[in-house]
Ligand binder design. Structure first.
Ligand code: ADP
Ligand code: MG
Length: 367
């Protein structure tokens, strides 16, 4: 069975005389998964959704839906619906009519419209709200009306453009669970856009990290968190310590004026690299027991942990998340496992990176 639902082949998008907003983007999405496009404002996330929805046609390259090239297929003939950032609900229509709008345009029979709108509203837990005005609905409820309106057409793909960004933190977290659960019940493909890395990590089967019109890295949340391909991804996906280093040989790396055992291999001897260690992977010890001695610069209490900023002997900053306190100005030790060290090549392509990761996997299987 063909599981591919959306495919981009070398897609570039130029809106006007300015440079490309998307630059030679290729990817393939499978049916029934929750995908997230993650990246800073202006990197091209909405443009990708508009290309899938059919609101714009690509300047270069091809867009496929279920194996069929759709560059010139109009939006209303695609099995795709969008939930917009501002919901774009009709303020003068009640909840029922907002959800029914698209079905009425399609001139479906009255009984059919009623059945499908009811079903969609039940799906988003809004049974009984049919006659409410939009102005009487809370932010979270409006959100659910917008989702009901998207699913009532029974599309194969649902596009969600930063749908949670207008909600307060508590409601946003609730809606994250709700959306994820809804996607699993529907079994449809969701493509969700956000600039919030925690949201992306919590919700997605697969994340595409974007920067300036290009996909930097794609993979499961754990892949991307644990093995960021470059400084941008490491930095964007969570708080990280990123310092310059040098690969000495396979499984040995040098940084902060010391040599350490690591799990990376397949790089060139003496290759200049960047090292990532997550703050939660650093453990505070006595100076003699640590792998590295650092001076405590500042300390903040963050509720669950202390956020401790430290400086090593060559001036690198190391942020530590710890349940232990440290004394500002004191010299402490830091311990970490070889697995906590992530070695990043400078300017490695995603393909080369994947090939290198696979070769570790093969080696680990042999052991
Ligand atoms: N209709 C348009 N005409 C010209 N430039 C546009 C248009 N839409 C978006 N852009 C530009 O394209 C870039 C990417 O926009 P967009 O895809 O909306 O990014 P994102 O959703 O990631 O914030 C931005 O620099 C934006 O200013
Ligand atoms: Mg956008």
């Amino acid at each position: 069975m063909d599981t591919s639902i959306i495919r981009f082949e070398n897609v570039s998008q130029i809106y006007d005389g300015a440079g490309p907003v998307l630059n030679d983007v290729s990817f393939e999405l499978e049916k029934g998964k929750f995908y997230t496009l993650l990246g800073p404002s202006g990197c091209g996330k909405t443009t990708i959704l508009r290309l899938i929805a059919g609101f714009i046609t690509p300047t270069k390259g091809d867009v496929y839906i279920e194996g069929k090239k759709v560059n010139n297929i109009p939006a209303n003939e695609r099995q795709v619906n969008t939930v917009f950032q501002d919901y774009a609900l009709f303020p003068h229509l009640n909840v029922f009519e907002n959800v029914a709008f698209g079905l009425r345009i399609k001139k479906l029979k009255k009984a059919e419209v009623e059945r499908r709108v009811k079903e969609a509203l039940e799906f988003v837990n809004l049974k009984g709200y049919e006659n409410r005005e939009i102005s009487e609905m809370s932010g979270g409820q409006r959100q659910r009306v917008a989702i009901a309106r998207a699913i009532v057409n029974d599309p194969e793909v649902i596009l969600l453009d930063e749908p949670l960004s207008a909600l307060d933190l508590k409601l946003r977290t609730e809606m994250q669970y709700e959306l994820r659960e809804l996607q699993q019940r529907l079994g449809k493909t969701f493509i969700f856009v956000t600039h919030d890395q925690e949201e992306a990590l919590a919700m997605s089967d697969e994340i595409f990290v974007m920067k300036a019109g290009e996909i930097q890295q794609s993979g499961t949340p754990m892949d991307i968190y644990d093995e960021p391909i470059n400084r941008f991804v490491a930095d964007f996906i969570g708080e990280s310590n990123i310092v310059a280093g040098e690969m000495i040989e396979d499984y040995r790396v040098r940084f902060a004026n010391k040599e350490f055992e690591c799990v990376d291999q397949g790089l060139n001897p003496n290759e200049q690299v960047e090292i990532v260690i997550r703050p939660e992977d650093l453990e505070i010890t006595s100076v003699s027991q640590g792998k590295m001695a650092v001076t405590v610069d500042t300390q903040l209490f963050r509720g669950v942990h202390f956020e401790i900023s430290t400086i090593d002997e060559v001036g690198n900053e190391w942020l530590v998340h710890s349940t232990k306190k440290a004394e500002v100005g004191s010299l402490i030790g830091l311990d970490f496992d070889p697995e906590a060290i992530h070695v990043m090549r400078l300017n490695e392509s995603e393909e080369a990176f994947d090939a290198r990761l696979e070769s570790y996997g093969a080696e680990a299987d042999e052991k």
